[in-house]
Every structure is written in structure tokens, then in C-alpha cells.
Design a protein around this ligand. Structure first.
Ligand code: NAD
Length: 335
């Protein structure tokens, strides 16, 4: 489907205006924008999670206009059929539905509010869905800013890991105005199997922070257990099998076991490459820590696991999957 003339004119005018203001959008960039269609979805942040999510949108028939600061990341999406933009502003000029999947609050702030950010070019009526795990207060600030630009921002962090992202079976925890939820769900259904409306903007992040605190604790628990059991002479696969049919069963054990070779296709069986970085887990526990301080909630195990993942982050484990807690507890040093 080719873009209708009014939209094409609008995009061209907006891009020209932006170009004149900033003096950096080239003719080639403009032609990329004008090729985009009304049903184009923008996607920014094509890392471990985002690259799978963006590809699933393509697989479900959407045209994708993408951006990432990493060329390796954008090359992968270009090969999959996406158009690559040169900055978030260009994505905003070419797509009225945009998904962002970025590491931390500061990256979300830069992508939305930066000089070449989404808000500098966002179109009236746009839907901005942020699936990054960030501070709920940042999400609420973004939603207010979006309102000022006549568009809607919602938080929709995910649970499920990279394999769930690849297989489009993620769980989305959505904080959005009631009237926007159906539109949000229609897009997120392309990338997940559960789309849950948690309440107003920020509540998706609240649910996500709680889930990840429990995940962080359970992964350390499974790592300790697998380490102790195998040192007692138990076969790791047999131990995992018993745990998975007993009261110790949990996702960290039956779906993402940290002991290498117990499960195929998980980071522990691939030298802890890919997956969910330890530094990102430490970040999520920092968010839980702030939330607990703000609500005067006791989280002794959450606090202890925060210390453990932070120590790992400073000991060479930052980019390894968080299930490398198992290696850390074994006392293995990283270079
Ligand atoms: P990642 O680090 O693999 O990917 C982030 C991507 O964002 C990278 O490609 C990076 O280049 C890009 N980026 C950074 N700054 C940018 C900017 N200014 N403009 C454009 N692109 C930029 O992270 P991930 O594992 O994909 O996680 C993304 C988010 O999802 C995080 O908030 C994380 O906590 C959350 N999350 C991750 C998992 C997981 O299993 N990996 C699971 C659930 C939630």
C-alpha cells in the first residue's frame, strides 16, 4: 500500500521544518520518511529483546521504521525488511505508532526528549508505547509531555525473556488510560500472548519491578541450590527434574535453569551470552529499592539480591545473562 498524498505531504513538510531548524536531516533521510505509510510502526531499541519484537511486527504484516544507535542492530532489521531511520525524530515523522525498548530511564529520556527525539517530530494522535523497564515516575513524566504534544504515551514493560520475545509469547504489563488500551493491545498482541491492563500510566512499571525483584531472588535461590546439590554429588539434570516436580519449582528452575547444559536454548548453555544482562537486573533492583524506600516497604531479600547483582556487575559479569549468578556463586572469576 502506498502512502496517501496528505500524509506524505505532512511528513515531507514536518521533516523539512525539522531540517531547517536543526540543519542535519539530509535529502536521503527525507526520502526515507516519505516512503513510510500510514500503517507504519516505528521501533526504537533493537537489542536482545527489541530485535525479536520488531521482527514479529514485520511477521504480522506491519511495515517497520526503526532506529538504534548500534549499526549492527539496525543491519539485522534492515535484512528482515525494515526501513532504517537516522534518528528518533525521523521515526516520529514517519510512524504514528511507536514502540521503544531501551535499557534505562536515561535512554528513554534521550530518545523521547532529546534534540532529535520523538517529541521534536511527533504527529498529533500518535501512540507511543514504551516497553523498557524504567522508573514509574519517568513514565508518568513522559505521559504528561506526550499529552502536551496531542499524543498518548503508555508504559508496557514485558516479562518472558529473549526466547519469549522471539516466539511472541511475552507478557505485557500496561499502564494506560482506559480509552487507549484497545489500541495498545491490538499492537502488543503481535508480540505477546498476555496483555494485561494494570491501571494508569506507571502501574505497568510497578508490576514489572515487583516481578523482577522476585525473579532476581529466585534465580539466586536456584543457583545456590544447583551448586549445593551438584557438590553433594547429584546429577544436575536429575536434580533439576526433581525440583521441577517438587515445591521448589519456579521459572528460574524449569524454564531458565542457570546450570549449563540442563536446558537447551537458554543463556546458561551458551556461556551466558544474550538473554537479560546482569547490569539490567541490577538496574531493576535499584528501581525496586527506590520504590521500597518511597513506600516504606521492607524488602530484605530484594535488597540483598541487589547487592549480589551489583557486585557481579562490578566483577566482569555486567553483560552476561543474570543467570550467571550461578557461576558467581561458584566463585568463578570473569576477565
Ligand atoms: P539491550 O541492551 O540488549 O538493548 C537495548 C538497545 O537499545 C540496544 O540495541 C542499544 O543500542 C539501544 N539503545 C540504547 N540507547 C539508545 C538510544 N539513545 N537510541 C536508540 N537506541 C538506543 O537490552 P534488552 O535486553 O533488549 O532490554 C531492553 C529493556 O527490556 C530493558 O529495560 C530491560 O530491563 C527490559 N527487559 C529485558 C529482558 C531480557 O530478557 N533481555 C526481559 C524483560 C525486560
Amino acid at each position: 500500500m502506498l502512502c496517501r498524498r496528505p500524509l506524505r505531504n505532512f511528513i515531507a513538510t514536518a521533516a523539512k521544518h525539522w531540517s531547517q531548524q536543526n540543519g542535519v536531516v539530509t535529502r536521503r533521510d527525507l526520502s526515507v520518511s516519505t516512503r513510510c505509510m500510514s500503517d507504519t510502526v516505528g521501533f526504537i531499541g533493537l537489542g536482545n529483546m527489541g530485535n525479536h519484537m520488531a521482527k514479529n511486527l514485520i511477521n504480522k504484516g506491519h511495515k517497520l521504521l526503526v532506529f538504534d544507535v548500534s549499526q549492527t542492530a539496525t543491519d539485522g532489521l534492515r535484512t528482515a525488511g525494515a526501513v532504517v531511520a537516522s534518528c528518533p525524530a525521523e521515526v516520529a515523522a514517519g510512524a504514528k505508532s511507536i514502540v521503544t525498548m531501551l535499557p534505562e530511564s536515561q535512554h528513554v529520556d534521550a530518545v523521547y526528549c532529546g534534540e532529535k527525539g520523538i517529541f521534536s517530530q511527533v504527529q498529533d494522535g500518535s501512540l507511543l508505547i514504551d516497553s523498557s523497564t524504567i522508573d514509574p515516575a519517568t513514565s508518568q513524566g513522559m505521559a504528561l509531555a506526550a499529552k502536551g504534544h496531542n499524543c498518548v504515551y503508555v508504559d508496557a514493560p514485558v516479562s518472558g525473556g529473549v526466547n519469549a520475545a522471539r516466539d511472541s509469547v511475552l507478557t505485557f504489563m500496561v499502564g494506560s488510560p482506559d480509552e487507549s488500551f484497545e489500541r495498545v493491545k491490538a499492537l502488543l498482541d503481535c508480540m505477546g500472548k498476555n496483555v494485561v491492563h494494570c491501571g494508569a500510566v506507571g502501574t505497568g512499571q510497578a508490576a514489572k519491578i515487583c516481578n523482577n525483584m522476585l525473579l532476581a531472588i529466585s534465580m539466586i535461590g536456584v543457583s545456590e541450590t544447583m551448586n549445593l546439590g551438584t557438590r553433594l554429588g547429584l546429577d544436575p539434570k536429575m536434580l533439576a527434574k526433581i525440583l521441577n516436580m517438587s515445591s521448589g519449582r519456579c521459572w528460574s528452575c524449569d524454564t531458565y535453569n542457570p546450570y549449563p547444559g540442563v536446558l537447551e536454548g537458554v543463556p546458561s548453555s551458551n556461556n551466558y551470552q544474550g538473554g537479560f544482562g546482569t547490569a539490567l537486573m541490577a538496574k531493576d533492583l535499584g528501581l525496586a529499592q527506590s520504590a521500597a524506600t518511597g513506600t516504606k516497604s521492607a524488602i530484605p531479600l530484594g535488597s540483598l539480591s541487589h547487592q549480589i547483582y551489583r557486585t557481579m556487575t562490578n566483577s566482569g559479569y555486567a553483560k552476561k545473562d543474570f543467570s550467571s549468578a550461578f557461576k558467581f556463586l561458584q566463585g568463578e572469576e570473569q576477565s
